[in-house]
Design a protein around this ligand. Structure first.
Ligand SMILES: C[S@@+](CC[C@H](N)C(=O)[O-])C[C@H]1O[C@@H](n2cnc3c(N)ncnc32)[C@H](O)[C@@H]1O
Length: 237
C-alpha cells in the first residue's frame, strides 16, 4: 500500500540534510519521481534511475528538469555528490551489491528503510483485517540474514559495502488520512482487503477497521506515525 500524499517529506529532508545547492544527486530506484521533484526544489542537479520504464515515464512528468535513465541499481555509472536510495534496498535482488555500487560512484550515500513492524502504525491495517483472514501459519524464523528493518543488519550491510556510517537516524513520518474513506478506501482495494470484504462483507470490515484506528483519530481524520531509518554514510577512506 502506498502512503498518502506528502508522507515522504520528513524522510526526504533527512536524506538531503546539509547537501549544498547545486550538488549532483543520483536518485536510484526513483520510481515516479516524487523525491526527484523534492530534490530539484532544493536546487540540486538530479539524475533519476529506475529499472521500470513506466515509472520513469511518470517521473519525467513529476520532476521536470531532472534527467532520467533506465538502468539497474546493481551497476551504476558516473560520479555524484550524493547517491540517494529512498525505499529501494528492500526491493532489489542484492542490496549489498547496490550499496557497493553507491559507495563507488557517490561522495555521500544516504539510504532509507522501514523500521520494524512493531515500530509503525501501518501494522494496524493487518491487525484490523486479521479476524477475517485465515490463520497465519506459525511463524518460523526465516532462513538467511535478518531484513533491513533490523538496524544492526542495515549497519552491517553498509560496513560490508565499504561505507563508513556517519549516522543511522530514525525518522518518524506522519501518514495523514483526511477522513474514514481515505483510510479505508485503499485498504478495501488491496488483495487482503478484498478477501476480507468478500468473506465478512464490507460493512463488518469497515467497522473493525474504524474501531482499530479510533485511538489514531486526528481532527476529522486519522494520523499514523511510521518509523523509518536513514543511513548516512560515505565511502571508507
Ligand atoms: C518502493 S519503490 C521506491 C520508489 C521511490 N524511490 C520512492 O521512494 O517513491 C522501489 C523502486 O525501485 C525500483 N527498482 C527495483 N529494483 C531495481 C533495480 N535493480 N534497478 C533499478 N531500480 C529498481 C522499482 O522499479 C521501484 O521504482
Amino acid at each position: 500500500m502506498t502512503g498518502p500524499a506528502g508522507w515522504g517529506e520528513p524522510l526526504y529532508e533527512r536524506v538531503l540534510a546539509g547537501v549544498p545547492e547545486g550538488s549532483t544527486v543520483l536518485d536510484v530506484g526513483c520510481g515516479p519521481g516524487v523525491f526527484a521533484a523534492f530534490a530539484l526544489g532544493r536546487g540540486l542537479q538530479v539524475t533519476g534511475l529506475d529499472a521500470d520504464r513506466s515509472a520513469l515515464a511518470v517521473a519525467e512528468k513529476t520532476a521536470l528538469g531532472a534527467r532520467f535513465v533506465l538502468g539497474d541499481a546493481h551497476q551504476l555509472d558516473g560520479e555524484y555528490d550524493l547517491v540517494a536510495l529512498v525505499q529501494v534496498l528492500a526491493h532489489v535482488t542484492n542490496p549489498l551489491q547496490v550499496l557497493k555500487e553507491a559507495a563507488r560512484v557517490g561522495g555521500l550515500v544516504r539510504a532509507t528503510a522501514w523500521g520494524r513492524e512493531e515500530e509503525s502504525d501501518l501494522r494496524l491495517f493487518g491487525e484490523a483485517l486479521a479476524p477475517f483472514l485465515p490463520p497465519r501459519p506459525e511463524r518460523r524464523r526465516p532462513a538467511g540474514p535478518p531484513p533491513l528493518t533490523d538496524p544492526e543488519r542495515f549497519r552491517q550491510l553498509a560496513d560490508l559495502a565499504g561505507l563508513e556510517v556517519v549516522a543511522l537516524d530514525e525518522v518518524t513520518s506522519p501518514f495523514d488520512y483526511e477522513d474514514d474513506d481515505a483510510l479505508i478506501g485503499p485498504l478495501l482495494q488491496s488483495d487482503l482487503g478484498r478477501y476480507a470484504a468478500n468473506r465478512a462483507g464490507p460493512t463488518a470490515v469497515r467497522a473493525a477497521v474504524l474501531e482499530t484506528f479510533a485511538p489514531r483519530r486526528h481532527g476529522e481524520g486519522y494520523r499514523l506515525q511510521n518509523l523509518f531509518r536513514v543511513l548516512d554514510a560515505r565511502p571508507a577512506a
